[in-house]
Design a protein around this ligand. Sequence first.
Ligand SMILES: [Zn+2]
Length: 107
Amino acid sequence: MPLYDYQAKDPEQSCDFCRDGFSQLQSMKDDPLAACPRCGLPVQRLIPIVGVATPKTNSELKNLGFTKLVKRDTGVYENVTRTGSEARYMEAGKSDTVPDLKRKIRD
Ligand SMILES: [Zn+2]
């Protein structure tokens, strides 16, 4: 069963138990608790912070097959995730500098 975190909606009124938040084991099927089991005042379920994999560095993006373009000048973008023969800079109107996106999608 997942563990859910709750916190008092009104910390001014709440008891010691729910003021700083508490965790409750619950089935996924159960409705969220609406009230503190000790003082009965309203509580809210906190959004669980699950390990959402958000790649942050350019090399992580590159490894995942993403292309990241960073604007360097008017109409000029640096391909910070370039691989192989891709041009470092993509310039507007120069098709040979456009990253090979089709290849990346197929890979
Ligand atoms: Zn309470």
